[in-house]
Design a protein around this ligand. Structure first.
Ligand SMILES: O=C(O)c1ccccc1NCC(=O)[C@H](O)[C@H](O)COP(=O)(O)O
Length: 285
């Protein structure tokens, strides 16, 4: 069994155990009682700057333990104060040591949108994400067939959320686009081998339509990496490890500075040319 399959298996077993205690009807009522989801597309809309999706990440299958993070809400508050546009919360328990309680605590503390990052393949996981306050859910193309991908994205949208549809290959980008995704991520990390291919983002971003938000995921370890992703066309960069293993405030400040300073030479999105000089008679002295 691949690592990705085993991650889905564990996440789905946990979700089934929760569902046995709390059926989907109850969870749907809780979801309907939540304040409306925050507008993720608006949060990621300004295209004159790179956005950071800052992750609460205690551990990972590729690196093991990263940081204890006893108070995920406090970490998220630092992210929000230092300019993150979205907070990503890993809610998977077995390999990432996360939970829906982390997500609830983060959502209660910050005003920016919150992503539920997990191995989602069922309606139940989408509804419980909204019930816990998520504004955005992760859907991984490699783990879902076309029908599931569309059904789950549409369910998320019907609950007011958006979906970050994650890809790693050209054919996955094609499937993400065909599924109607509005926010498309290219993960530099191969989820079956854990190898990182940061150049992959620039190779694949061209196939993501102009109207969609392009997210570069993983493998940011230094400010220059944010600049590289920005130059390659990223509207947003998803960062976990570097933020939780360094000083989150300083690291995020440095990453955002680097992203803002980067020359925006984006595939298909070159910055507007300056207007031609006015005729001599109209020039101000
Ligand atoms: O991080 C892992 O080891 C991992 C392994 C298998 C599936 C998913 C995994 N991570 C989820 C992510 O996509 C990252 O947490 C996220 O993009 C941030 O990456 P990084 O900045 O490299 O921590």
């Amino acid at each position: 069994m691949s690592i990705l399959d085993s991650l889905y298996e564990a996440a789905l077993a946990d979700a089934a155990a929760r569902e046995a205690v709390e059926p989907i009807g109850h969870v749907r009522e809780q979801a309907e009682g939540q304040p409306p989801a925050r507008d993720v597309l608006a949060a990621l809309a300004p295209r004159d700057t790179v956005h950071v999706i800052a992750e609460v990440k205690r551990a990972s299958p590729s690196r093991g333990a990263l940081a204890e993070i006893p108070d995920p809400a406090a970490l998220a508050a630092v992210y929000a104060e230092h300019g993150a546009s979205v907070v990503s919360v890993l809610t998977e328990r077995t390999r990432f040591h996360g939970s829906l309680d982390d997500l609830r605590a983060v959502r209660a503390r910050v005003d920016i949108p919150v992503l539920r990052k997990d191995f989602i393949a069922t309606e139940y996981q989408i509804v419980e994400a909204r019930a816990a306050g998520a504004d955005l859910v992760l859907l991984i193309v490699a783990g879902l067939d076309d029908d599931r991908l569309r059904t789950l994205r549409e369910l998320a949208e019907s609950l007011g959320m958006q979906a970050l549809v994650e890809t790693h290959t050209a054919s996955e980008v094609e499937r993400a686009v065909a599924s109607g995704a509005r926010i498309i991520g290219v993960n530099a990390r191969d989820l079956t081998t854990f190898d990182e291919h940061p150049e992959r983002f620039g190779e694949l971003a061209r196939a993501i339509p102009e109207g969609a938000v392009r997210v570069a995921e993983s493998a940011v370890r230094a400010p220059g990496h944010v600049a590289d992703y920005r130059r390659a066309g990223a509207d947003a960069v998803l960062i976990g490890q570097a933020l939780v293993t360094g000083d989150p405030a300083e690291t995020l400040d440095a990453f955002l500075r680097a992203g803002t300073d980067a020359v925006v030479a984006r595939c298909g999105r070159t910055p507007p040319r300056p207007p031609p000089p006015a005729p001599a008679g109209e020039r101000r002295s």
